[in-house]
Every structure is written in C-alpha cells, then in structure tokens.
Design a protein. Sequence first.
Lengths: 439, 277
Amino acid sequence: MSATGHPVSTELDFVCVGLNHETSPIEVRDALVMNEEEVERTLRQLRERAAAAEALVLSTCNRTEIYARGVTHPDPAGLIASLLEEIKGVHLSGRGARLYTFHEPDSMRHLFRVASGLNSQVLGEPQILGQVKDAMDLAGRHGGSGPVTARLLEAALHCAKRTRSETGIGRGPVSAPFAAVNVAAKVLGHVADKRALLIGAGEMSGLAAKHLMDAGLVTFAIANRSRERGEALGKCLSARVVSLEAIPVVLPGADIVVSATSAPGVLVTEDMVRTAMKLRKNRPLLIFDLAVPRDVDPAAARLPNVFLHDLDALGAIVAQSLEQRRAEVPRAEAIVEEEVSRFLRWYRSLELKPTITAFRGHFERIAREELERHKGRFRPEDQPALEAFTHGIIQKLLHHPTTRLSRAGENGTDALSRIDAVRDLFDLGEEKDADRNPR
Amino acid sequence: MTPRIDSVLPLLTTLLPVLYALSAAAYARIYVREESTGARLGPVILRIAVLVHVAYLVSRGFLEGHFPLASVYDFLSATGLSMALVYLYVEAKEGTPNTGVFVVPIIFLIQVVSTAYGLIPPGPKVPIRPFWFELHTMSAVMSYSAFSVSAVYGILFLALYREIKSNRFSLFYRRMPSLETLAQMNIRAAGGGLVLLTCAIGLGLGWLHSTGQGTFGDPKIWLTVGVWCIFAFALLAYHRLGWRGPLAIYASLVGFTTLLLSRVLVDLFLHSFHEFR
C-alpha cells in the first residue's frame, strides 16, 4: 500500500526506504552513513536479493535512503532494513530509529522534496543538491542507475534548481557565521580581496573561516591562546598565527574580525579599535563577536566605519532568514508538485500497451490521411480494395516491430529504453491519463 | 512631416508620464518581491520610456528648429530624461535594479509636472541659437541630473549605514546593494556630473566670450563654479585622500545641497541672465 493508500504492485513499484533527522537520532544516522564500497555492496545486494532493476543510495549525515525500482521482494522495507544492518553492522531495533517507506508516486515526490531542501534539517540548505548528484554518480558507477532513475534524478535536480531560482527557499543566512559573512558582504561588497582575523581557533571560528573561504576570501590571520590549536586551524587556512597579546598588531591589517573565544573578559578594547582605525585610514572594519561572554568592548561600535555585531544581532538575521524560507515553502511545494506531475507523465508514457496502441494508431492515421488525400484519383468502387490493400501493408510492416515491442516487457531495463526510443522516434507524446499496465 | 509631428506630440506628451509611472511601479515590485521573475520588467519599461522621451524631444526639435530647452517645462523634461539615462548607466554598471524604486518615482514626478506645464500654450518662439550653446544647456541639465542621482545614492548609503550600525536588518537592508556599491554609485554619478558640469561651464564661458552677451560677474556662474569646486573636492577626497564611509558621502551631499540652494538663491533673490521662462 502506498502512502496515498493506493494498492501498488511491488513488481512495478519505485520504492523509497530510509530514515532521516525527523525519524532517527543522530547516533543512528551517523552509524548508517555509507562510503562508496558500502553503496556498491548495497546496490549489488538489491539486484541479487530483490531483483531490483535500478537502485540508488542517498547517504548523508542527515539521511540514508534507498530508492529501488522493480523490487520483487514482498517486504521491501524489511529487506532494506536487514541489508542496512548487515552492511553497516548496526542493529536498528531499540535505538529509536524509524524507517519510512514510500511507494510511487510518493517516493518520487519525496526525492524531489529532498533535492529541493524541503526535507532538510535546515530548510532550503544547498548541500543536499550536491549530495543527490553524488548519489547519481555512485549509482551510475556501480550499475544502479537505469533509464528511470537517470531521468528521475535529472528531473529532481531540475526541480531543485527551479525552487531555488523561483522562490526564496534558499535565500538568506541560516547560521551565525554565515550571517556574519552576509553582513560583511553587505558592507564591503566583495570580500574576496579582504583580510580576516580570527580570534580563537574553535569550532565557531572554523565555521566562519569556511564561509569566508566560500565567499572567496583567502588571507587569514589567527590569534589564539593555544599556539598548537591555532596552528592546526592555521594550517588549513595557510594563515599567520599569533598570540592573543598580538591582537593590537594584527588588528589594523584586518577588514573582517571574527572573535569566538571562551575568554572571561574583553580581548579587543575600544582603544585598540580606535588606534587600528587611525592606522587603516578609517576604512570600514567589520567585527563579529560570536563569543559569550563577549570578547569585544561594545563601545567600539560607536566609532565611525566600525561595524560591530554580536550573536544577538546575527541571531536576528538567522531568525529572519528562516522565517522567510518557511514562508516560501508553499510556493516551493507547488513547484515540486508540477515537476512530479511532469515526471509521472513521462513515466506513465513508458507503459507498454498504450505505446503499442499509439504506435499502430500513428501509422493507421497516416494511411487514412493519405487515402483521403488521393480519394479523387480512384473510382468509388475501388475504395474498399484500396483500404484493404493499405491495411495489409501496415499490418505487414508493423508486425515485427510490434512483436519485438511486446516482448520488450520481458527484458526489464532494456524494455524501458526501447519503449522510450519508439515514443521519441515516432513522436508519440506522453499519455497523460494512461492506466497503469504491466510493463 | 510637420503636421504629422504635430499630431503625434500630444500623444507622446501623455504617454511619457504613463510609461514612467509603469516603470516606477515595476521597480517598486522588484523591491518588494525578491524573486528574479519579472526583475527585468522595470529596466525594460524604463528603456522604452527613455526611447519615447528621446523621440518626443527630437519631434519637438524638428518642429521648433532648435533643441527644446527654452522653458521651465523643457528644463524639467530634459532633467527627467537625463536622470533616467544616468540611472540606467549606473544600474548597468552596478548590476542591481533594487535602487530604481528610489530614483524612478522622482523622474515620474518631474515628468508629471513637466507634462502639466506642457498643457499651457507655448510662449513666443525662441530665437535660433548656435549648436554649442545647445550643448552648454544640455550638459548643464545632464550634470544636474547626475548630481541628483548621486545624491539619491548618497542618502541611500547613509540610511543603510545607520541601519547596519544599529543592528537593524529590515527589508531595506535586504534589498539594498552593499554600502561599497552605493558609495561607488554615488561617486560614479558625481564624477559624471562633474565632467558634464565642466563642459557646461567651459561652453558657457566660451559663448559668453564670443558673443559678449551676459557678464562674467553673473552670480549663477560663480555659484556654479562653487558647486564645481565642492564636487571636485569630494571626488579628490575619495580617490586621492582615501575618504570612505559617511564622510565621503557628506562631501558630495554638501555639493548637491549647495547646487539646490544656489538655484533657489539665483531665482528668488539675485538677478541673472541665466533664466528659463
């Protein structure tokens, strides 16, 4: 039974089984993240044990999902759960993990929503798009992909691009370090040619550095209490590392300062900033104080061309972005529905029976039109003979292709390619309301 | 030819404010709604309005035998057109249509007033003037427009600066380009205005010298030279002295305020041979 309540033949179904941040705790999700070798094993097992014609594994820190077409196993969810347990050596029962199962068209809709960031922990986050592409590459490399999954992924990626470009689902920063980079860009324009000073070398500084690097910034300096920890981050950023005492020395050279230490008192005083501003001829200076308690004297914000923002200010930007993204969900969902319908029209056009009917109908229509066109050149009493003659030629011409096409249903993946090719060659179009028929 | 132009002119006169109004509405839509769909509508309508405006001025030029810049109505119309041209140039340079909502409505208002004036029957015919005199007036009008656009960007810069400094991140914050971009727009427009004003002053002095009409002691000339000096200093401070932020913007805004005050001063209190009637 599909999530929509319609009976589904497992032989034909495109099924999705998986878990994500909504259904399972982080320990389970972490334990199920698959590497390439494990993906390859999963795809092979699905072919061998469930006769899956096509399959795909999407495994990220927030989800592990398996999509498969043509699974003959009566309980795909059970099979996939046991596969996951075998391959990852994890017992799912009793760990708070809940697997979900979607049958088509919900499985397809789910993939479209995932690719569009509508099912992400951080609504509209863009990384998932790259992860879906990676899953597509892996499936291609290890024999998982076929005409349906290839087309499905292509459609899902198209849908994701549409939701991003036509709605604000991915707009605005959704973390404090990202918001900091956003504000820096709003003040300085491009940040690529600017210099950053990171005070502290912890997780927050690392995250800010990552976002700054994503924005093109390459020149970093790090001021940290522990030289070793500073060097560790400095190595990744090719940054100069100094002690906290050297802040007044490096401050004038920085355009963007990110401070995130656990120091109990102020590390950057108003005087330090005033002196730095004189030395930098009053060029704008962005200071992001991500520490609690704060590292930077709030009085520095009064100086002209100094933009000082703390966690509260950046938090307000993040909250605003999330609010705006949530408001865009209905529009994004509408695009997903459009794209799912478009994909289903194509998918259903691959039905064998309607294709054969359309194929024969195409030739018979041409024959009828030609007979009508040349009607005047023959005597009325010759018309029945002429029609029989034309019909006979069509029957003979179409006998072999029709037989081959009818047998295509026995050849699984090849069959779909063949049907698709026939529809394309003869421009048979897409059957909008075709009934589901055995392929 | 002439009767045809005669019949087209009223249509163009009415069409212009309508097109500017549509363009202003489209720019307002771009500002309010964030999606890229329809983002080209404002710039496209504004370009059409500019083309119609040029056609209108050319038609009038043909009809009257000289560049149509002989009355306050003409002056306003030419200012509107040149503001639109300066704005389109700056927009193309900076690649963002989000500031159009602050410029195009001003152009619309100018054109509405100009069109309203245009309904009044024209005065006596202006004598034919040499081409370079026309250039003088055209470059003067365009420089004022460029300074106006520069002032708009200066004000937007200051508003955004205050918003960011005070940790307010409203719709205005989201829609505006960066402070650096606004400063660039302000400086570019002021720079263009200064070049045009230099041409206007040079051509005007040349005309004065060659014809002997008017006097070098005219207050408008000296006030204009004063405005030129302020803008020249503002640009020098930005490019050579490294002035950044509100200080650089204030310098250009002082120039624009002086320009406005000088016009009011000349028109209301001083006698000048530079007068539009």
